[in-house]
Design a protein around this ligand. Structure first.
Ligand SMILES: [Zn+2]
Length: 450
């Protein structure tokens, strides 16, 4: 005989509406009522409870596991406004406010009015963020344990302290999105970027073999001088914005071989046959012997030969990073982002394939960009208003604390909040001026569905 399944219990759902000058406004419909503790829908009606404006329906959790979890004799009791779904909405609201505070660095007043909450609530949340930062200040590593990142983005941003420009260089892992290296300094030379890179390398167990950057010369120079093969994906914040250069750096004996591959930023976006251009340069890593100073002896009186053709004007300096688009050779590949597949046509050079495959591994189905940059700026903005005295060391410390806070969920500022926030936090934003603190114009209706 087949076991018959027990009849499914009816789910209880609720709707919340507000009475306004223009009539009834439905705020939330079909909210599933479940336990805020264990998220179970195994609940029973549990009479009513008195509230400011009349009695409201109550529920009790009947999930046995929930009882065990709480170590209590009776199940968790709650009302519609303290049920799981609403609690989640409230928590989301709170974490959005916190996010606005520490990530976007928005002003307390702006946040309070945007979220329809009191200045007092925002300042409570702000001190939670500050406490988390202070806790983070006492840790030394940016990550609780080493990550597995092998690709990092290197971004830099600058800000001013007493009219002096300060640079923040931040290295973030692509796999984990974690901040792996930070360097705050008055310069942004190769050595400054190297510091952030070295810290990032120390915080991951893999060897970093792909970096993305927005083409600041020092970052590219750093990649060249690491002394091991690496792919640098450069997306210049310069005209023409729609082009990216993949630089594959390899070594052949004492020579450094740089293979540049020029592509459009949307090259990996869709399934298509795509063109790229490439150009290879080779240079010895042994520094050239310096020429003796001055002119060679006896050259002053030497007669000039009349038959030497006039020298053609030689271009000075390094060629532009976009040179590959002008003088590079063409190559083709077939891109299928949905299958993570890249197929090269013809027989391209090894470094061309490595460089393109590396870039594809990060940007398949996307535009090539140094896409962590925006976050860096936001983090900086956040540190500024929260900081007291503005010194380079302090900014470095606070920036690190924010980095840790983002990397380590146990440093979440919401864990610093010992209060469960009321549904008002959420409802007020949506009901706006129609919201009444005593809920006298609020109507909650229940319905049971099979
Ligand atoms: Zn429960």
């Amino acid at each position: 005989m087949r076991n018959r399944k027990p009849a499914r219990k009816k789910e209880i759902r609720a709707s919340i509406s507000f009475m306004t000058a223009f009539g009834v406004v439905l705020l939330l419909t079909n909210i599933l009522i479940y336990c805020p503790e264990c998220e179970s829908t195994e609940i029973n009606r549990n009479g009513t409870r008195p509230r400011e404006h009349g009695r409201v329906a109550a529920f009790i959790c009947t999930n046995q596991d929930c009882l065990a979890k709480r170590g209590k004799k009776t199940g968790r009791q709650f009302t519609v406004l303290t049920s799981g779904e609403i609690v989640k909405l409230v928590e989301r609201e709170i974490s959005e406010i916190i996010d606005a505070l520490y990530r976007r660095g928005a002003k307390a007043k702006t946040i309070a009015s945007a979220h329809g909450v009191s200045d007092a609530l925002v300042s409570t949340l702000k001190s939670a963020v500050d406490r988390t930062i202070t806790r983070g200040l006492h840790r030394d590593k940016l990550v609780p344990q080493k990550t597995t990142d092998t690709a990092v983005s290197i971004d830099e941003t600058f800000f001013k302290i007493d009219n002096e420009t300060i640079y923040a260089i931040i290295a973030r892992g692509y796999r984990t999105s974690k901040v792996l290296g930070i360097n705050v300094s008055k310069t942004r030379a190769e050595a400054d970027i190297r510091k952030a890179f070295d810290e990032a390398q120390a915080n991951t167990s893999g060897r970093i073999n792909i970096i993305t950057t927005d083409a600041h010369g020092a970052t590219r120079a750093m990649a060249m001088h690491l002394g091991y093969p690496i792919t640098a994906i450069v997306h210049p914040h310069k005209k023409p914005y729609k082009k990216a250069i993949i630089e594959r750096i390899d070594y052949d004996g004492t020579d450094r071989v740089v293979t540049q591959i020029g592509v459009k930023v949307d090259v990996f976006k869709k399934r298509a046959k795509r063109e790229y251009k490439y150009r290879q340069t080779r240079k010895s890593t042994i520094p050239p012997v310096k020429r003796p100073r001055g002119r060679p002896k006896g050259s002053k009186n030497k007669k000039k030969s009349k038959n030497t053709p006039p020298k053609s004007p030689k271009k000075r300096g390094r060629p532009s990073i976009f040179e590959v688009f002008k003088s590079g050779k063409k190559g083709y590949m077939k891109i299928r982002p949905q299958f993570k597949s890249i197929k090269f046509l013809g027989k391209p050079l090894g470094p061309v394939m490595t460089g393109l495959s590396d870039a594809f591994s990060i940007f398949a189905g996307m535009h090539i960009q140094n896409n962590k940059a925006e976050t860096v700026n936001n983090v900086i903005r956040a540190v500024m208003p929260l900081g007291g005295q503005r010194t380079l060391e302090q900014l470095d410390g606070r920036l690190r604390a924010i980095g840790r806070m983002r990397n380590d969920p146990t440093l979440d500022p919401t864990s610093q909040l010992h209060h469960r926030y009321n549904a008002r936090v959420y409802l007020k934003r949506f009901a706006g001026s129609d919201f009444r603190h005593d809920f006298s114009n609020c109507n909650i209706t229940l319905c049971a569905q099979a």
